[in-house]
Design a protein. Structure first.
Length: 187
């Protein structure tokens, strides 16, 4: 069993993010999914990004770091898109990190003082043609970390969120299966 801190994407802590977290819990992992938006959710990605910009990306990362304060140090940090930022920061900077599961994005390790820390496992899941993901940057991060990158057909950004129109159930099942195998290896 792994302890996982899972951060939502720009549309908020949607029913789809909560359903994803529940799938990890059902497999025996302890998953904490904090709400960085204080209850706000957005039906449109652009509106969610505008809300995140209004709050400030640094503030959202700080909220994510604060959410980890009372949790065990030996965690796996996970995030969907916008949630990658606090997840990756914690994976790179918090002592005891076991790994990171990054969904729909990955950022250069230099954003958080790089390089990627030795001994912290990494797995990333993105759509092949996702216009929101800088795939070359994500590939560089995965290569630096010696991690795993899984590409999925299509251009949907948040395809793992069952509450959104872009949801791809088959691809999500594969993401969950691969994520659970990753967590089982780290347990």
């Amino acid at each position: 069993m792994s302890d996982v801190l899972l951060f939502h994407h720009a549309q908020g802590l949607t029913a789809g993010v909560q359903a994803f977290a529940e799938r990890l819990r059902a497999a025996g992992h302890r998953v904490t999914a904090p709400d960085l938006y204080d209850g706000a959710t957005f039906a449109d990605l652009d509106a969610g990004v505008a809300h995140a910009e209004e709050i400030g990306f640094d503030t959202l990362v700080q909220r994510g770091v604060a959410a980890a304060a009372e949790l065990p140090e030996t965690m796996v940090y996970a995030g969907f898109s916008l949630g990658v930022m606090p997840a990756q920061k914690l994976a790179q900077t918090r002592p005891g990190a076991h790994g990171a599961l990054l969904y729909h994005e990955g950022v250069a390790s230099s954003w958080f003082g790089g390089p990627w820390p030795t001994g912290v496992a990494l797995q990333v899941h993105v759509s092949e043609q996702d216009p929101w993901c800088e795939l070359d940057v994500t590939r560089g991060l995965v290569e630096e970390a010696g991690g795993e990158l899984f590409l999925y057909p299509g251009d949907a950004h948040l395809f793992t969120d069952a509450s959104l129109e872009v949801h791809d159930p088959a691809a999500t099942d594969l993401v969950v299966s691969r994520s659970l195998a990753f967590l089982d290896r780290l347990a």
